[in-house]
Design a protein around this ligand. Structure first.
Ligand code: FAD
Length: 298
């Protein structure tokens, strides 16, 4: 089995990309275009998010399977505990295994609906925390499991101390790497890594990158994710509000500078939130000199 850990251990720098399950056939074509453009650059892995329910979930499973079967890429399937009994979770994990998908990103997930602050209610026969899903997945066979990490702490966490402790619990349950929420400062990544290591959670942590190219979009992300406002970026984007080209220039330059700082600080790779498009990711990789990624070992 090839794992994300194996990929990250090979000489870098590495990058990975995240896609979401398309809503319809047109979106699916856009996704495949992005996949085919990024494939020759040999990302360490590509991950596919797990939808809030029903047909989106079926698409996640189908897309992940297709990536495994029809591309040279290593797929990572996101899985959440939302609305699933343990029996259903076992079934989904088993379906992944049956098509050769052995890399799972184990998440608790958010309550369904638009309200990011809604109360979390577990399925009556389900799981309560991502650490339970890590343990379940590991107990079912030879899987490599990743988890989420939050540089600003999870918005529902009481304080940094408990947030770090629960993160360390996911690692103790068998997670062997983590991916962060999109971040806007390399220092936030360094602080997260340092406090995780100090808590005994010494696994590779991949910073999540998304160039944000307008003030409105930045504020929407902050609202949904509950993160702190990155003052410097917010000020710069606000100053050019309404000028799409200037906003893009600022957002791309900020992302490129931050990626350079992240790699210099020892980040094991860069994880790009792509929104199923390749252009911005390719541009950042190009500026970093990473469009000629060295051959991977396996
Ligand atoms: P957990 O690790 O369980 O943490 C949730 C909260 O509970 C935290 O405040 C934590 O400190 C606390 N906690 C943990 N364990 C305990 C405990 N034992 N006792 C008390 N409190 C505890 N969502 C999707 O729906 N689909 C996706 O595909 C998806 N992909 C994501 C990918 C990444 C890289 C990231 C960063 C997030 C993703 N999310 C996704 C969002 C994620 O599901 C939500 O942020 C969710 O609210 C938290 O998930 P978690 O796995 O971090 O949960």
């Amino acid at each position: 089995m090839v794992t994300v850990r194996d990929r990250l251990a090979a000489p870098g720098p590495h990058f990975s990309v995240e896609f979401f399950p398309p809503r319809d056939d047109a979106e699916e074509s856009t996704l495949w275009l992005a996949i085919r453009k990024l494939e020759p650059l040999r990302p360490a892995f590509v991950s596919v998010t797990y939808g809030a329910g029903g047909s989106r979930r079926d698409r996640t499973i189908r897309i992940t399977e297709r990536i495994a079967a029809e591309t040279t890429l290593l797929p990572v399937a996101h899985l959440t505990a939302v609305g699933h009994s343990v029996a259903e979770l076992r079934h989904v994990i088993g379906s992944y295994a049956s098509v050769g998908v052995r890399n799972i990103l184990a998440l608790r997930g958010d309550p369904p609906g638009e309200d990011p602050g809604a109360e979390w209610i577990a399925h009556p026969q389900g799981l309560n925390h991502a650490s339970d899903l890590v343990a379940l997945t590991r107990s079912l066979g030879d899987f490599s499991v990743g988890v989420a990490a939050f540089p600003d702490m999870h918005p529902r966490s009481r304080d940094l101390e408990s947030d770090t402790r629960y993160f360390a619990q996911k690692v103790a349950a068998g997670a062997d790497y983590a991916i962060t929420q999109m971040l806007f400062s390399a220092q936030d990544f360094v602080d997260l890594r340092d406090r995780s290591v100090a808590a005994g959670a010494d696994v590779p942590i991949l910073p999540g990158i998304m160039p944000v190219t307008s003030y409105g979009r930045l504020m929407r992300i902050i609202e949904l994710s509950g993160q702190r406002v990155p003052e410097d970026l917010a000020e710069q984007l606000l100053a050019v509000k309404g000028d799409a080209a200037a906003g893009r220039e600022i957002g791309m330059a900020h992302a490129i500078r931050m990626c350079e700082q992240l790699l210099a600080a020892g980040a094991p790779g860069l994880h790009f939130y792509t929104f199923n498009r390749s252009k911005a990711t390719l541009e950042v990789l190009g500026a970093l000199g990473m469009t000629q990624v060295p051959a991977l070992q396996s």
